[in-house]
Design a protein around this ligand. Sequence first.
Ligand SMILES: Cc1cc2nc3c(=O)[nH]c(=O)nc-3n(C[C@H](O)[C@H](O)[C@H](O)COP(=O)(O)O)c2cc1C
Length: 131
Amino acid sequence: MLCRYLYRSITLIKPNDPELTNIYALARSRNADFNITGCLHLEDGVFYQWIEGPSQDLDMIMNLILADKKHSNLEILSSGPSLNRRFGGWSMAAPVSGKEALFEFLATNRISKYQRKLFLDGILTYMVKYT
Ligand SMILES: Cc1cc2nc3c(=O)[nH]c(=O)nc-3n(C[C@H](O)[C@H](O)[C@H](O)COP(=O)(O)O)c2cc1C
C-alpha cells in the first residue's frame, strides 16, 4: 500500500552545510533502491519532509530518519495511505524557492499554522510549486 508522511524537525544544519548535501545524497541513493520518493526542505533550522512509498519500506526508512541525531523534536504532521505519489520521479526533491521562503508563501496566501488543514496543504503546495 502506498503511504506517506509529512513531518518537521529541528536541526542545527545550515543551508550551505556540506552535511546537507550528504543527507540528500544518502537519501536519494537509498530511496531509489526502495522506490521511495519525496521532498526535503530546510528553512530557519527546521526540516520539512514529505516522504512516500510502499508502507513497509517507508516505515523502515522513517525509523532510520527518526533515529538520526542530525535533527530532533521530530513531529509527524500527517501520515497515512495515499492514492498517488506527489513526487513521483524524485528520490528526494529539494525545492528551489528563489526568494520566497515557505513562511512568506504561507503569509502571502494568508495561511496560519492554526488552520491545521490549510497549513499542511500549504506546506505541500509550496514543495510541489518549487520542485
Ligand atoms: C532531515 C533528514 C532527512 C532524511 N531523509 C532520508 C531519506 O529520505 N532516506 C534515507 O534513506 N535517509 C534519509 N536520511 C538519513 C537517515 O536519517 C539516516 O541517517 C541514514 O539512513 C543512515 O544510513 P546509514 O545507517 O547507512 O549511515 C535523512 C536524514 C535527515 C536528517
